[in-house]
Design a protein around this ligand. Structure first.
Ligand SMILES: Nc1ncnc2c1ncn2[C@@H]1O[C@H](COP(=O)(O)OP(=O)(O)O)[C@@H](O)[C@H]1O
Ligand SMILES: [Mg+2]
Length: 310
């Protein structure tokens, strides 16, 4: 059913209108097999709407969505079986226990004997010892982990995670990302949205940046950061200079340190050459690379809130 070369998710000219609001505006991109792809953008950018169309929770106004070559509106049974989905909102089945939820969900996919996988998932997500607890007795973090276990119960080939760590503590986030890396190493393709840009930078080979429904950028994370950000090079001199350099990339001087803003492709050696500086005159070099957060700020204007949240 799946071929190794088919895109796990292929979005083509997707438009989704809610009345007069265009929540997704002519978006096209495709994921590569086995990659972790990050969908980033401020609140209201259209991330959840886009994921909802993959899950057939929302119907596209126009354009198409394919999962491993199958159109989600034409073959929803196939695409839903291939996909695991962790929604942004917590859902409640309060009166069932953890194991019952996992068994029900296996049954939904026609899997009657799934104990081995269920136990593995519950162990991986630190829920095994809580498997007899009613959902209403679980903490927020445990409910979130149960949603993730549930999404994986039928061994999907692509996993959609919509803000899986929002509001979670650092322990939950670390545990989840370690698990996500493990799933990726087993060949699972993963599409995620997250508020934690630093984490997206570490995890995602490629990212797409959405703003007001439009895909502003898509590409390999490293390349986007390189293209969109500058690096700061600080040159601390052994002797404090008497005047500031006239170099066009000069930013400011702090005591004996001259700070320059250079393209990400420019090395410190080139800068020293251009300044006619000898290494003997230099006490220290301080290089600060641009980050994905800087890149986002560049694309979105000042929409990146403080603390790494988007
Ligand atoms: N069911 C809906 N009805 C009307 N408008 C919606 C609905 N769902 C989302 N929207 C609007 O669509 C836009 C995109 O929302 P959403 O996809 O939730 O963004 P994100 O997940 O990036 O925060 C927002 O302006 C939101 O208010
Ligand atoms: Mg959302």
């Amino acid at each position: 059913m799946t071929s190794q070369n088919l895109a796990p998710i292929k979005i083509d000219a997707l438009v989704k209108d809610y009345g007069s609001l265009r929540a997704v505006d002519n978006v096209s991109f495709e994921m590569k097999p086995g990659e972790i792809f990050g969908l980033l953008g401020p609140n209201g950018a259209g991330k959840t709407t886009l994921i909802s169309t993959i899950m057939t929770l929302e119907e596209p106004t126009s354009g198409s969505v394919q999962v491993f070559g199958h159109d989600v509106t034409k073959e929803p049974q196939i695409t839903k079986t291939l996909t695991g989905f962790v929604p942004q909102e917590l859902i409640h089945h309060g009166y069932f226990d953890v194991e019952e939820i996992m068994n029900f969900h296996s049954g939904y996919f026609g899997l009657r004997k799934n104990k081995e996988r269920i136990d593995w998932l519950l162990q991986k997500l630190s829920l095994y010892e809580h498997r007899k607890k009613k959902v209403k007795a679980l903490s927020g973090g445990m409910k979130r982990r149960l949603l993730i276990a549930k999404a994986l119960v039928h061994d999907p080939k692509v996993l959609l995670l919509d803000e899986p760590t929002a509001g979670g503590d650092i322990e939950l986030r670390e545990q989840l990302w370690t698990f996500v890396e493990e799933l990726k190493s087993q060949g699972l393709s993963i599409l995620l949205t997250t508020h934690y840009i630093e984490e997206a930078e570490q995890l995602c080979a490629r990212v797409g940046i959405l703003q007001k429904g439009k895909l502003r950028r898509v590409g390999p994370t490293r390349e986007l950061v390189k293209e969109l950000t500058k690096r700061e090079i600080g040159i601390r001199l052994k002797q404090e200079p008497t005047s500031d350099p006239t170099h066009p990339m000069f930013l400011r001087r702090v005591g004996s340190e001259l700070i320059f803003e250079t393209p990400s492709t420019m090395g410190a050696g080139d800068l020293l050459d251009q300044l006619n500086l000898d290494l003997k005159q230099v006490a220290d070099l301080n290089i600060r690379e641009g980050s994905l957060e800087d890149a986002l700020r560049r694309v979105l204007g000042d929409k990146v809130a403080t603390g790494g949240a988007v």
